[in-house]
Design a protein around this ligand. Structure first.
Ligand code: GLC
Length: 630
């Protein structure tokens, strides 16, 4: 009897020890344990569903063939229907539209093509009522050449003389030439001669986008004031455009800019890829500049109260540099430096291991305590269905909505909109127009910018103009909101289910994460959180039927799962009970599974906890002893 009791006590002790000694999986995002101890939820942006609106193409309310602010305000309930937390808008400011709004003539004025300041204020009101946050595009690298600042700078007005990067050029064999060999992202020399000032100015993008000079403190203050202006209008933050380009190297002691070295793989001297951009991109000063913008936002919150305002930074830089934008030990940076890895590292032929590596690359590089984010597409990149496969749209939305952190959806990706082929004649994107009919398709961004498809009506319900600014997709009668609302397993309805689940599930919002290629074809993401049920997302990336054993990849995983989300490709139905040691997936199938018990209490670091198991053995041995001694 005594030995039995001893055994039981020993078992309990060992179990407690086992639990205490066991290390949970690394929590690949914010220190949520800490948040919970303080009894706070995560901040609004930390698990947010972000949605990018490209205003020219979202909804046209006045029939001119171009989308506008009233169109967005009318359709905000649609974003609510999707479960969106916040929307970031591509530029809506006064602009000659040489780069469709990324060439800003007045940073604090609304472009008349999009509406008026009072339309903007109305949009803010509607958004507030619906509890959708508005984020604006902040374009710091350049203005338009039609900006008052540039005009004054060109005229050498003492207050604006050094607002831009000017240089008299270098004289070679008696001939004046651009100051350096730098090339514009949109082809050709990055220097343009200005007849008025008789100097060259720098433009890293088109020549109508002169680069601002951030070595001038007046420029930094002017741009801080732009941030303050829109913060006072009630916006929740900014997406920062073209961050890596903001600073370029300072001129040397002789006042000269250094040439950039060549890339051997590119033989087209006009092409941006011809040079290694060591002096015009990713200069160390840029990181501190982003920190200083964050300080402007934090000071605004300090003085005016309200929820945290955020920065989302656009950078395709190497991962070590991207991570610096989060902040360092002493300064905070952008809450969400965009994670473009799903865009830049995956292709149509990627396998599950490539997917695992891509997801893990961000999670493993991310500094402790930061929040991950997942971007599938934007107005600069081919649409996800065209890039990674039309039949992978649902699985990719499933992936981004079940990974930890925030995720960003580009308008139309929730419908499975794909790129629209646009002839050279109809091409309007400067990045393509600066090339020629033979190569423009490699550079054009028009195909992913075509009007949003609302319905089967004229112009896909986007407009009632006789001609829209870009053509409407041919498939608009099948791929549109109205049609997809009616099909239970349309891309749209799956997207809605995903965000409903995400917005309700503690496991998805707060849980730990494990990502594994179960085979070449199948990727699995496990999310688990304390004693809550565990969720597993499985994607069959390939075209064969796959049978997988999830327990092999995640030792200790509960045996039985309930099917929570399916797609049109699944045989499994919602509510089916499946066995995690033998799960069948159809070609390009993807599922979200929910366990009936929790994973957290079973396993740690991929090993079944040893000490509790030893305890069970000891206890059982005591029972046997006790029974045999009776
Ligand atoms: C960013 C924008 C792009 C624009 C460029 C220049 O990359 O996303 O659309 O052309 O900056 O502003």
């Amino acid at each position: 009897m005594i030995t039995h009791r001893l055994g039981a006590v020993l078992f309990v002790l060992l179990h407690i020890l086992g639990v205490t000694w066991s290390q949970p999986y690394p929590n690949y995002h914010v220190d949520f344990e800490d948040i919970l101890k303080r009894n706070e939820g995560p901040k609004w942006w930390q698990t947010g569903a972000f949605y990018q609106i490209y205003p020219r193409s979202f909804k046209d309310s006045n029939g001119d063939g171009v989308g506008d602010l009233n169109g967005i305000a009318d359709q905000l309930p649609y974003l609510k229907e999707l479960g969106i937390t916040a929307t970031w808008l591509s530029p809506i400011f006064t602009s000659p539209m040489a780069d469709f709004g990324y060439d800003i003539a007045n940073f604090t004025e609304i472009a008349s093509i999009f509406g008026t300041m009072s339309d903007f204020e109305n949009l803010m009101k509607v958004a507030k009522k619906l509890d959708i946050k508005i984020i604006l595009d902040f374009v710091p690298n350049h203005s338009s050449d039609e900006c008052e600042w540039f005009r004054r700078s060109a005229a050498k007005d003492p207050d604006y003389k050094d607002f831009y990067v000017w240089h008299p050029g270098r004289i070679v064999n008696g001939v004046r030439q651009p100051p350096s060999n730098w090339i514009s992202v949109f082809r050709g020399s990055a220097w343009e001669w200005h007849e008025g000032r008789k100097e060259y100015y720098l433009h890293q993008f088109v020549k109508k986008q002169p680069d601002l000079n951030y070595r001038n403190p007046k420029v930094r203050e002017a741009m801080n004031n732009v941030l303050r202006f829109w913060l006072a209008k009630g916006v929740s933050g900014f997406r920062i455009d073209a961050v890596p380009h903001v600073f370029e190297i300072a001129p040397d002691a002789q006042g000269q800019y250094r040439d950039e070295p060549r890339n051997d793989w590119d033989n087209d001297p006009e092409d941006y890829g011809y040079l290694k951009h060591i002096y015009t991109v990713d200069q160390p000063e840029t990181i501190d500049l982003v920190y200083s913008w964050r300080a402007v936002l934090d000071a605004f919150v300090y003085e005016n109260g309200g929820e945290e305002r955020i920065l989302m930074a656009e950078t395709y830089s190497p991962i070590d540099i991207v991570m610096k934008y989060y902040g360092n030990g002493t300064a905070e940076g952008a809450q969400l430096p965009f994670n473009f890895l799903l865009i830049s590292e995956l292709s149509n032929s990627s396998n599950a291991h490539n997917y695992e590596d891509t997801v893990m690359k961000w999670l493993q590089h991310m500094p402790e305590g930061r929040t991950a984010n997942w971007v599938l597409g934007n107005h600069d990149k081919p649409r996800v269905g065209s890039r990674l496969g039309r039949d992978r749209v649902d699985m990719l939305n499933m992936l981004t909505s079940t990974l930890p952190g925030a995720s960003v959806t580009y308008q139309g990706e929730e419908l499975g909109m794909t790129d629209v082929w646009i002839s050279w004649k109809d091409t309007v994107d400067p990045s393509a127009c600066n090339t020629n009919p033979n190569i423009y398709e490699q550079f054009t961004r028009d195909p992913e910018r075509t009007p949003f498809q609302w319905s089967c009506a004229q112009d896909a319900g986007f407009s009632n103009a006789s001609k829209t600014w870009l053509p409407i997709a041919l498939d608009y009668k099948q791929v549109n909101v109205e049609q997809e609302r009616q099909r239970p397993l349309s891309h749209l309805n799956i997207f809605k289910q995903l965000w409903q689940l995400r917005n309700q599930s503690k496991t998805l919002q707060l849980g730990n994460t494990k990502v594994k290629a179960v085979s070449d074809a199948v990727l699995a993401v496990m999310r688990y959180y304390q004693e809550d049920s565990t969720l597993v997302t499985v994607l069959n990336i390939y075209d064969g039927v796959e049978t997988i054993n999830l327990q092999q990849s995640f030792p200790g995983l509960p045996a039985q799962f309930k099917v929570l989300v399916v797609t049109e490709r699944s045989i499994a139905k919602v509510g089916d009970v499946v066995n995690s040691s033998s799960l069948q997936l159809q070609p390009k199938d993807s599922l979200i599974l929910q366990s009936t018990s929790s994973y957290y209490s079973y396993a740690t670091n991929g090993e079944v906890r040893l000490l509790p198991v030893l305890g069970v053995y000891l206890f059982l041995a005591q029972v046997v002893l006790y029974v045999s001694n009776r």
